[in-house]
Design a protein around this ligand. Structure first.
Ligand SMILES: *Cc1c(COP(=O)(O)O)cnc(C)c1O
Length: 367
């Protein structure tokens, strides 16, 4: 029995009939962009998140890029301003900042949950700081009252990279509705995945929402009249139709991930493997990834491979060590670098069988 890291085919076949009916309907409608499917999905997504605004865009990176671009257009940020961002994140979070000629200021993570260490943030604030980007990494909410107070005290925006955490909540508030604006990704492997690329922004300020919508459509509100130098970043009708079907089941899918994670946390018992902490408040984590740490990662990964269990690494090289950011290569973030050397992601998904879960536990306990 081979266990795939993520069986996308099986995930989508859960909703085969409904998805296929919607695909056919959209195909036959003759309307493929900026239509009712996107409008409908945006309305349902906004309602689900509890946000007054949702805007469908082409992908998760664009969602984040457009948030900053809109703040620049609105004069609330300017080139050279500083944005505090976790050093331990996927590179997209950082690209969204630098693409807008803003400056990323990296903050170390907390080794307990791998998210930005909120206690480290205040020391990084300067007169140029305009925002804090939090990334709800691996599906776990990164939020606290202290963070909120800090943002208020220094008049900073909080941008959420919610690419990995749709459905998670803090104190009854969904991620994507905690800060000022949030970017979502519907990359096929995310908890809410499209059949291709897709993304969305949610935000509280309706003027910001309007600016993002305009920027994503060539900077145009009225056809052939261009208010900004925008981009073409639209969610298409087919993706929106599929996402709207899957959105109805996201809580159910996340709940399955959570029950697998809970079982892993209580039944994997091996001193060589550091498990993630299952949060006391269950809703704070939607387990996009189940990430363990170990000293000899390659050895563990090979052992699992030999036993038919596919694993991945999220992520092997942090943004500040990438060639793309060679002018940051000299920076040192020991906690981030340690995490990048030790992490390994185990399979977790809403379609894993009981036997698969048992087998993973058994093999890990044997290692
Ligand atoms: C997936 C992801 C993104 C980017 O989303 P795309 O849709 O692939 O552009 C951004 N940030 C994080 C943390 C992600 O995991």
């Amino acid at each position: 029995m081979d266990i795939k890291f993520l069986d996308l085919q099986k995930i989508n076949l859960q909703y085969q009939e409904e998805i296929e009916a919607k695909l056919l309907e959209t195909f036959r409608s003759g309307w493929y962009l900026l239509g009712n499917e996107v409008k409908n999905f945006e309305k349902n997504l906004a309602h689900y998140i509890g946000s007054p605004n949702a805007i469908g865009v082409a992908n998760g990176l664009d969602a984040l890029r457009l948030i900053f671009k809109a703040y620049l257009e609105l004069g609330q940020m300017k080139a050279g301003d500083e944005i505090i961002v976790p050093a331990n994140t996927y590179i997209a979070s950082v690209l969204a900042i630098t693409d807008n000629r803003l400056k990323p200021v990296f903050a170390e993570p907390n080794i307990e949950n791998y998210n930005i260490d909120i206690a480290e943030i205040e020391a990084l604030i300067t007169p140029k700081t305009k925002a804090i980007m939090v990334v709800h990494l691996y599906g776990q909410v990164c939020w606290s009252e202290e963070l909120d107070d800090l943002a208020k005290k220094y008049n900073l925006k909080i941008i959420e990279d919610n690419a990995q955490a749709i459905g998670a909540a803090w104190n009854g508030i969904k991620s994507g509705n905690l800060g000022d604006a949030a970017g979502f990704s519907f990359y096929p492997g995310k908890n809410l995945g499209a059949l291709g690329d897709g993304g969305a922004v949610t935000c509280k300020d309706s003027l910001l929402a309007k600016t993002i919508r305009t920027l994503a459509n060539y900077g145009s509100e009225e056809k052939y009249i261009n208010k900004y130098q925008g981009l073409n970043s639209r969610l298409d009708e087919i993706q929106a139709a599929v996402l709207d079907v899957k959105l109805k089941y996201i809580d159910q899918d996340n709940e399955k991930r959570r029950s697998i994670a809970e079982k892993f946390c209580s039944e994997i018992k091996n001193p060589k493997i550091i498990l993630p902490i299952f949060p006391e408040e269950k809703k704070e984590h939607v387990w996009h990834l189940f990430v363990v740490r170990t000293d000899h990662r390659e050895k563990l990964q090979n052992f699992l491979q030999e036993n038919g269990i596919q694993t991945l690494i999220h992520y092997p090289v942090p943004p500040h060590k990438q060639r793309a950011y060679r002018y940051y290569n000299h920076l040192s973030f020991p906690v981030t670098e340690k995490i990048h050397h030790e992490v390994l992601s185990l399979p977790v998904s809403p379609v894993m069988t009981e036997e698969e879960v048992e087998k993973i536990i058994e093999i890990l306990n044997k290692y």
